[in-house]
Design a protein around this ligand. Structure first.
Ligand code: PAF
Length: 294
């Protein structure tokens, strides 16, 4: 496994792989790799011949009072996990390598970044789409892999990929959960034992939403109230949002008639957690796809 920190070295390795006609799969990460990331890598390994993982805690997607400095950076363990998965290339740049000069250019997606997390984390998605465009230009992958856990991120990147004509196949892989239902996240490390138990209600509340839709309930307000009740009764009282949105328009339908993303963000102690479930109007779980869009 090649581990490089310079853009130039990535370009050399990619030119060589392209000369050998290898299909390049790319898994962008901020490190602190868990089974969710490893699932993306495993899928990329099945579908591609040369798999690149980037590990870069991107400062531009964190707000001034967010956890950029405390974000976990267990690089040796991450590299070991990548080695075990037989990743071909790890790109682990410094902030100076990615942003050597004052940045005058950014990539931002409008409208669909204004709701859900975008409403609570100003500038976050512009940080994400800018760094992902830079990484796409550096790695030039045939396919890139994202987790459904960050559903809004996946939808925003899907839109950027479409609008800017990146010739990249986007693949969104299912959320990986602990047995308790808690969605895996690098930020789960911040949770105390008691908070972890509290956080289990998030998936329980999404399962309740699914049950209600299967039972024929289609009023968003009823479903949102049921989710809120479960979350509040666990003792979590800082809810950023509980929303049901149409994944194409990001409109919030009063009556659910089509596929709907049920998404939430809460604060458990100091830790902000997000989770979601994508359902069709009958309550079947779906995965975001690149096709079937716009
Ligand atoms: O999902 C993440 O880990 C990050 O937002 C990403 C896509 C690697 C961009 O920094």
């Amino acid at each position: 496994m090649l581990v490089v920190s310079k853009i130039e070295d990535v370009r050399l390795a990619i030119s060589d792989a392209k000369r050998r006609n290898l299909r390049i799969g790319f898994v962008p990460t901020m490190g602190a790799l868990h089974r969710g990331h490893l699932e993306l890598v495993r899928t990329a390994k099945v579908e591609c011949d040369f798999v690149v993982v980037s590990i870069f805690v991107n400062p531009t997607q964190f707000g001034p009072s967010e956890d950029f400095h405390r974000y976990p950076r267990p690089i040796e363990q991450d590299l070991e996990k990548c080695r075990e998965q037989k990743v071909d290339l790890v790109f682990n740049p410094t902030v100076e390598e990615m942003y050597p000069d004052e940045t005058l250019t950014s990539v931002s997606v409008s409208k669909i970044t204004e709701k859900l997390c975008g409403a609570f984390r100003p500038g976050h998605f512009t940080g994400v789409t800018t760094v992902v465009s830079k990484l796409f230009n550096i790695v030039q992958p045939d396919a890139a892999y994202f987790g459904q856990k960050d559903a809004q991120q996946a939808l925003v990147i899907r839109r950027m990929n479409h609008d800017l004509n990146f010739p990249i196949k986007l693949r969104v892989c299912p959320t990986v959960r602990e047995d308790s239902g808690l969605a895996l996240s690098s930020r789960n490390q911040y949770l105390s034992a008691a908070e972890r138990i509290q956080a289990e209600c998030l998936y329980q509340s999404l399962k309740k939403a699914k049950e209600l839709i299967i039972g024929g309930e289609n009023h968003s307000s009823v479903i949102i109230s049921a989710i809120r009740e479960i979350i509040e009764s666990s003792g979590i009282n800082k809810i950023d949002y509980i929303s049901i949105i149409d994944t194409k328009t990001f409109d919030e339908p009063k009556i659910i008639k089509d596929d709907a993303l049920v998404a939430l963000a809460v604060r458990v102690g100091e830790t902000r957690l997000i989770d979601n479930i994508l359902l069709d109007s009958k309550g079947n779980e779906l995965i975001i796809t690149q096709a079937d869009q716009f």
